[in-house]
Design a protein around this ligand. Structure first.
Ligand code: PLP
Length: 393
């Protein structure tokens, strides 16, 4: 009934799971038949602490006593606290809050173009990577590389060129003094969990210095401890000029942010950008409570130990099933397993084992579990992976 009404009343844009979830509990989702499912994609990297974590519930109960929404005409404690902590734990200087990832990207596009124009009227060109994904609004789509996401919706925001990743010569051919920004995901999520090479990123930094180009690091998927560090740029020893985040930053509620360096903090002036909901007090309160859990050293240590265990187990399965498992990629709890043409089959079989997984780029199982998933839950996932692989050979 619910599924029929969903089809009838909501635009049919998503491939829905054939179940109705009534409750979440840690790493599990429970449906209306009482079945428990291990949640291996955590709301597409949103539920960093799983479902109904006590720290988040406590923050929610506290905030509900004060107010839910005031608008950005008011200063609110949750937004200031979260901003302060994001700055304390990153290389950035100030924060702009949005509601989603794609809106953080839109804000960044406005900023980089205004910054460029202040230097030279033609310095408005932007470069992004072909396999990248940056959102579904006109700016986000224009930055996104994959044609299948965008061609029907043109014309999109102009002035954006693309090149293949990890090829510095390709990049050198399209940047010049009129380029104002280069957009990167340190690990491309939607693109199939592909990491940028360390040396490539170092070369980009040199190129950016040479032509005075801003580096915009899209950490909407990789950020907030997903890769085992708070931000994936930390693996590359760089300081991006702008960092965009979303997904996990709202502790389960819609929230995004653009983090900017000190040099960029005065580019946008009062009234030049804004939002009604961005920085919503409840979302910021939950996000801050979650962030404070995630940055605890013992949490980070346990996350990385468990993530390494999962990766090693997947590499073991790759050796055992070389014809099925073609590649295992990624960092921390952002792992892609390339299973060629078998991705949908794996997804269906995992579902029969009461495990929910997500696939991307047709061939890749994208594993994005809650960051506090336990070793025994990982073991259950690996055991199912092994048994499904045996049944597929
Ligand atoms: C790297 C990246 N950028 C941007 C977005 C868009 O974020 P949102 O869906 O919150 O608009 C996503 C979403 O998957 C993403 O992974």
């Amino acid at each position: 009934m619910l599924h029929n009404d969903d089809q009838r009343y909501i635009l049919n844009l998503y491939q829905r799971m054939p179940i109705t979830i009534v409750r979440g509990e840690g790493s599990y989702l429970i449906d209306d038949q009482g079945q428990r499912y291990l949640d291996m994609f955590a709301g597409i990297a949103v539920n960093a602490l799983g479902h109904r974590h006590p720290a988040i519930i406590t923050a929610m109960e506290k905030q509900v006593q004060s107010f839910l929404h005031l608008s950005n005409y008011f200063v609110t404690e949750p937004a200031v606290n979260l901003a302060k902590h994001l700055i304390e734990y990153s290389c950035a200087h100030q924060v702009f809050f949005s509601n989603s990832g794609t809106e953080a990207i839109e804000a960044s596009l406005k900023l980089v173009r205004k910054w460029g124009k202040n230097l030279n009227a033609n310095k408005t060109d932007v470069v992004a990577l072909l396999q990248g994904f940056h959102g579904r609004t006109s700016g986000g789509l224009a930055l996104t590389g994959k044609p299948e996401y965008k061609t029907q919706f043109s014309p999109l925001v102009p002035g954006i060129k693309h090149c293949v990743k990890n090829d510095i010569q390709a990049l050198k051919k399209i940047v010049n003094e009129n380029t104002c920004a280069i957009y990167l995901e340190m690990i491309q999520g939607e693109g199939g969990v592909h990491e940028l090479d360390y040396e490539y990123v170092q070369e980009i930094v040199k190129l950016a210095k040479l032509y005075n180009i801003l580096i915009v690091d899209d950490e909407i998927q990789t950020g907030i401890m997903r890769t085992g560090k708070l931000f994936a740029y930390e693996y590359y020893d760089i300081k991006p000029d702008i960092i965009t985040i979303a997904k996990a930053i709202g502790g389960g509620l819609p929230l995004g942010a653009m983090l900017v360096s000190e040099a960029l903090s005065n580019v946008l002036q009062k009234g030049e950008h804004g939002t009604t909901f961005g920085g919503n007090p409840m979302a910021c309160a939950l996000g801050d409570a979650q962030l404070m859990e995630l940055v605890k050293p013992e949490f980070i240590e346990s996350l990385n130990t468990h993530a390494l265990y999962l990766k090693n187990e997947l590499l073991r399965l790759k050796k055992q099933f070389p014809h099925l498992i073609l590649d295992v990629r990624g960092k921390g709890f952002m792992i892609g397993v390339d299973v060629g043409p078998h991705a949908q089959k794996y997804k269906d079989e995992f579902f029969k084992h009461n495990i929910l997984i997500n696939t991307t780029s047709q061939t890749v199982i994208r594993i994005l579990p809650p960051l506090n998933i336990s070793k025994s839950e990982i073991k259950a996932f690996v055991t199912a992976f092994e048994s499904i692989s045996k049944s597929l050979i």
